[in-house]
Each structure stands twice: as C-alpha cells, then as structure tokens.
Ligand binder design. Structure first.
Ligand code: ACO
Length: 428
C-alpha cells in the first residue's frame, strides 16, 4: 500500500500520509489539510470520516462482521455473560475469575441510588417517556456523585464506571414503575445483574416475581448484542461531549438522548408500533413495502431496515431472528406480529428497491418482538438498548480520555449572508 496520497489543488500538489488499521481499513490522514491547502473536507453525516483511532470494536459492513476486542459477536452471545462482555469492552481483555469476582461484587454493592434521586421522579409527569427520564437522571448523577469535581477524575474513573453500571438498571426500572403508578422497588443484592433488573421491573409489594431462566438468558444475549457498535450516533455523541472534558455522567446522559431518536435506538419501539399498525390494517405487508419504496413522498420508512454501515447483513439481526423463534417457543408465546415481521422481511428482501439500496433488517427489527415476549413494555425498548449499550459508551469515553483526544470541533462551509449593514429596529 502506498504510504502517501497526492492531492492537486489549484495547480499545486500536496502529499498526505495514509494509514491502515489492524483489520486493513485504509485512511488518508488529512489533519494538516487546511493548514497546507486552505481547504476543509465536507462530509455530511460523516459517511467517510474516521473521527478517531479505536481498539474496541471492529465491524465490516460488507462482510457482516462484528467483533468486540477481537472476539466474534456470535461467540460472545453464545458463551459469555453480559458483565463479562462489559469488562472486556471497558478494560480490553476478558476478566480472569478473580477479576470478574471483584468487578461483579463491586457492581452488586453499588446498585442502590441516593434516596434524594427518588424525589426527582416526582417532578416528572407520570406519562413521561422513560428515555427522557433516564437521560435526566443520569445527568443528575453528576450532582449526587460529585466527588468527581475538583479531584483527579482519572483516579475515580473506575468508581464512576461501577456506579453507572450498577445504578442504570435501578433508575430504568424506577422510571417504568412510576409510569404505572406502582411503588419503585429497591435492588436486591443477592440477585445477579439481570435477575435484579427483572425483579425491580416486575415484582410488586403484593406479589413476588418468579425469575425465569429463559428470560434471563434471552436478555443476556440481547444486552451483549447491543453492547457496542463503534462510532455510531450515540457513541460519537458520548465521545464528543466527553472531549470537552465534561464528566462521564453528562457524557453518557447525552448519549442516551442521541440513542432515543427513531433513526437510532428509538427504532426498536417504532418497529413494534409499525408491525402493530400493519396488523390492525389487515396484515398486508406489500402495501407497507410499497409505501416505504415511495419514502420520499410518503415519508414512511420501514423501521428496523437499513444501516449506515451494514450493506450485506447485520450479524446481530441474524442472531436475534433465531433467538426470537427460540424464546417465543420456549415461553409458549404466540405473537402474530412475528409472522408479520417475517413476511415483511421476505417481501423486502425480494424487492429491487431494497436489494439495490442494500437495505437489510438491522438489530432492531426482531429485538422488540423478544422484549415483548419477555413482558417488557414498548416504551421501555429503547431503555433496554441503553442498558445494553452502556459498557460500550463507557469504554469509548475511557479510550477517548486515555488517548488524550483533542476537543471535537468540526468545521463548516458557511452558506449564509455576507457582511451587511445593521438597520436599527426603529427603521425596520
Ligand atoms: N425504508 C425505506 N427506504 C430506506 C430505508 C428504510 N428503512 N432506509 C434507507 N432507505 C433508502 C433511503 O430513502 C435512500 O434512498 P435514495 O437513495 O433513493 O435516496 C437510501 O435508502 C439510502 O438511505 P440513507 O438514509 O441515505 O442511508 P443512511 O445510511 O443515511 O441511513 C438509517 C441509515 C438511518 C439506519 C436508515 O436506513 C433508516 O432510516 N432506517 C430506518 C430506521 C432504523 O431502523 N434505524 C435503526 C438503525 S440501527 C441502530 O441505530 C441501532
């Protein structure tokens, strides 16, 4: 491979170094472009822009490959626990038994949330979307766990990481309980991570919740599949906010807000609502495929379809589709929207519009069907995604800090008015 790229601008030639990642992705290093040439690059939506070097997650959109720290997603989903994967993402290696015990025990001991944070929930309308509540409460953590301020943040990073991993499920389930008008459950630290979450979600003072290992296993797989996805919208947000040296809670709160959007993590809620709408409309999938093909006039997109990077298949969707079949049959759930989803996928995959644009089901297409079978309500789907993505956001924030990345600050091509004279208000 050439080790420089030549660029001719206004009759002058410039040379820029090239670089290659460990999985052979190639890049031009244009850090000195503006200084040398006076030009910047324009890349709306960052479709071609590598914002950083990262050693956390590798994905190949053409081949449908996803690896965390070099481990195949298929292996991790089949063999690891979510907290093992969290450790791997954050610290770079799979934990030894001893490391895992220390990590897991620390998380277990930090699940309780400051009692004053409970009062914040009273200020939200009962029908507030749990994603808005989650983002606000994570931001509020910076006030309650403010020993970050003033002291060397690096020294305390591990404690903040533990707190975030431990308390996010508690906060998430409280937002749900409040929306029902039910009492908010405290964590029970004798329970493991996922059972503890399920117990806080579903138990009532009047009725215990029986933890079903099928549900625990299904959630374990879903959380692992969502745990990181390199420089996606919410992760880039976390890194960008963190690059101003904002604390980890504020950075992750911003990531949660970015995830909420329907083109990103919010798609899992949209998918189920779309499938329900198709069902209520008589189940004719071809009508909706046609509407999506005319997205420009109808404004309708098939939620759960298409991906910025995957242009062949999304390996997570493959695992989730199979898991949906397994989980529904193990739990004895017969959900008619599963058939509608399969019909929609089948119709779209044989349609030129989707084939030519390389649009395939993404991670969110079948995940909602599993969440629903597990008893998780639709407005909590994106919250589940956030719980899964948390280790990835933390790992990326930590890497960004350790690499001492400069503040993120893109350029623009200004297209507004040129200098004009100010007219006083009395004369306008
Ligand atoms: N349904 C119908 N048409 C679509 C869809 C879709 N779901 N997705 C893309 N297209 C079409 C676009 O209209 C466009 O067509 P054109 O070339 O005729 O203009 C073409 O495919 C390319 O689409 P872009 O929006 O340019 O692709 P981009 O990479 O910017 O967007 C995205 C990717 C946002 C995921 C998009 O496919 C989408 O909106 N999908 C639906 C929402 C969704 O499922 N989001 C979850 C993504 S996964 C995640 O974040 C966890």
């Amino acid at each position: 491979m050439a080790n420089s790229a030549e660029l001719t601008v206004d009759g002058k030639s410039y040379s820029f170094p090239t670089l290659e990642g460990t999985e052979h992705e190639k890049a031009f290093d244009i850090s000195s472009l503006r200084d040398q040439t006076g030009y910047v690059t324009l890349d709306r939506g960052y479709k071609n822009t590598g914002a950083t070097k990262s050693a956390i997650t590798f994905l190949d959109g053409e081949e449908g490959i996803l690896q965390y720290r070099g481990y195949a997603i298929e292996d991790l989903a089949a063999k690891a626990s979510f907290l093992e994967v969290a450790y791997l993402l954050i610290y770079g290696e799979l934990p030894t038994k001893e490391q895992y015990a220390v990590f897991e025990t620390a998380i277990r001991r930090h699940t309780l949330v400051n009692e004053d944070m409970r009062k914040i929930f009273d200020g939200f309308p009962v029908k507030a979307h749990p994603m808005g509540v989650l983002s606000s409460l994570v931001s509020a953590m910076s006030a309650f766990y403010s020993d970050i301020e003033g002291s060397s943040e690096e020294d305390k990073t591990d404690l903040h990481i533990i707190r975030l991993l431990a308390k996010l499920p508690t906060i998430a389930t409280w937002s749900y309980k409040r929306s029902l008008g039910h009492p908010m459950n405290y964590p029970k630290n004798q329970l493991d991570y996922i059972p503890n979450f399920l117990n806080m979600m579903f138990s009532l003072p009047v009725e215990d919740y029986k933890i079903d290992p099928v549900v625990v296993e299904a959630l374990n797989v879903l959380l692992i599949l969502h745990a990181d996805h390199e420089q996606n919208c919410s992760t880039s947000t976390v890194r960008l906010v963190g690059s101003s040296q904002a604390n980890i809670y504020s950075s992750i709160s911003a990531g949660i807000s970015a995830l909420w959007g329907p083109l990103h993590g919010g798609a899992n809620q949209e998918v189920i609502e779309m499938l329900e709408a198709i069902r209520a409309d008589g189940g004719d999938v071809s009508k909706y495929v046609d509407m999506a093909k005319n997205a420009k006039t109808t404004g309708f997109r098939l939620f759960g379809f298409g991906h910025r990077v995957y242009k062949n298949f999304d390996p997570r969707a493959k695992i989730i589709k199979k898991a949906a079949d397994d989980v529904l049959s193990k739990l004895g759930v017969n959900d008619p929207v599963l058939e509608i989803a399969k019909g929609l996928e089948e119709a779209a995959l044989h349609d030129d519009y989707f084939i030519s644009r390389k649009l395939y089901p993404n991670v969110d297409f079948y995940s909602g069907i599993i969440y629903r079978a597990l008893g998780i309500p639709t407005n909590m789907f994106t919250v589940m995604f956030a719980i899964g993505r948390l280790p990835g956001w933390i790992a990326q924030w930590k890497e960004m800090r350790e690499q001492k990345e400069p503040i993120g600050r893109p350029r623009q091509i200004y297209t507004g008015a040129t200098l004009r004279e100010f007219t006083p208000l009395s004369k306008r």
